[in-house]
Structure formats: C-alpha cells, structure tokens
Ligand binder design. Structure first.
Ligand code: SF4
Ligand code: SF4
Length: 214
C-alpha cells in the first residue's frame, strides 16, 4: 500500500501536536542550492532558523566535549533566525487551519512524518533523522558564516549564550507555551549541559536566580 504523507483530517483532529512541539526539520534535499547566498535568502524569508543538534563526547581528561551540528528548521514562534539552542516552541507556520505550506512546499522532516489515526503520539517518520542530519556536515562552514553574519559571533560563542539563556529559562521556570514533551527532552539533556557548560551554569545562576528579599 502506498504511504499517505498527508492526511489533513487526521492532523486536524489531532490539532497539530507535532507542530506545537517544534517546527520541522529541513533536509539538504529541500534546497536547490546550499551556497551561502542562496541559504541567506531562505533565512531572510523569516520562516527558517539555523539550529544546532548537540553531540556529546566524554574526553580522557573527564570533561565532556560538545559538537554542535548545524542545520535548518522551520522557525518557531518568538524565536530568532539563529536559534541554536532554546526551549522549542510551536512552529510559526502552524495556523488554525493546519500547516501554511502545501505538501510540496513543506520541509521534508514534516512531510515524512506519517499521520497515525489511532494515536498521534505515535506518528513515525519514515526517514532516518540522524542519517539526514549528518548530510548537513559538509555545509557546516557555510552555516557558521551565516551565524557570524546574523549574530557577529562564532558558533561556539553563540551556543554558550544560548546555553545561558536556556539555563535562565529553567531557573525562572519560563515554560509558557512549551510542550510537555519538550520539557521531558530538555530534562533528559540537562545533566549533559550542566557537565559540559559549568561556567555558563554559574553565570545563569548569577544573572537569573531570584534575589532573596531582605
Ligand atoms: S503528523 Fe501526527 S502529530 Fe503531527 S499533526 Fe498529524 S496526526 Fe498530529
Ligand atoms: S512547517 Fe508545517 S508541518 Fe512543519 S512544523 Fe510547521 S506547521 Fe508543522
């Protein structure tokens, strides 16, 4: 039986559960070109962000190394063009009538999520997301140049800034409009972030911990 990549009835009943957790991922095959000028025009639409997936590795000296793998994702509401790490929010392309995009225009990460009528918690992708993410590896320098263009910062400097903001969001419990599943994901990653970014955790406590009343 042929796979049904779009079923607006099922998704309407569900109300866009997946899109409320986060915008969907672009694959490199979504773009006619992966040159800097072309991707810059894509970012300028205001509908796309550069994001980072963090890869952690234990070092012999006991430290935890972090490698951000940059890729493109449909932009989340209230998030910026460079959104390396943050609490994920609803996709900005989600409307009360569902996705703004036709199936042909939609990021492939969303296209390949097959609606499951019986249980929308179990809609599954028919692509290997990690394999697709690794296809972005040859384009890291191009994306890093765009991070620099928009923020004036290196990828690692911007990531550290985002980590501080994420720690702050957790300290002040800034969870409005964040899906429960996203909080579970962040909770799972938190011990790794705390180990990899101790200075940023310290900074976040200084900046964001509520002051005690005297
Ligand atoms: S793909 Fe699944 S989770 Fe996403 S809107 Fe459709 S039914 Fe809901
Ligand atoms: S682009 Fe469309 S399918 Fe993808 S997350 Fe946004 S609203 Fe959902």
């Amino acid at each position: 039986m042929e796979k049904e990549y779009e079923n607006r009835n099922i998704c309407a009943k569900c109300g866009g559960y997946c899109c409320k957790k986060c915008g969907c991922d672009y694959l490199i095959s979504d773009f006619d070109s992966l040159k800097l000028e072309y991707l810059d025009k894509i970012l300028a639409t205001g509908r796309v962000s550069i994001v980072a997936t963090l890869s952690f590795k234990n070092l012999p000296n006991g430290k935890l190394a972090v490698t951000p793998i940059l890729s493109l994702r449909s932009r989340n509401i209230e998030r910026s063009v460079i959104d390396l790490l943050s609490l994920k929010k609803s996709c900005a392309m989600l409307t009360s009538n569902g996705c703004t995009y036709s199936l042909n225009e939609r990021p492939s990460g969303g296209v390949h999520l097959i609606p499951n009528e019986k249980d929308f918690h179990h809609c599954r992708s028919d692509i290997d997301k990690i394999e697709e993410l690794y296809k972005w590896l040859p384009y890291q320098k191009v994306l890093a140049k765009l991070v620099k263009k928009y923020t004036g910062m290196s990828v690692m400097a911007k990531l550290k800034e985002d980590v501080i903001n994420l720690f702050c969001a957790i300290i002040i419990k800034g969870y409005q409009d964040i899906a429960y599943e996203e909080l579970v994901d962040i909770n799972d990653m938190l011990p790794l972030l705390e180990q990899a970014f101790p200075e940023e955790l310290h900074t976040a406590f200084i900046i964001c911990r509520p002051k005690r009343k005297k």
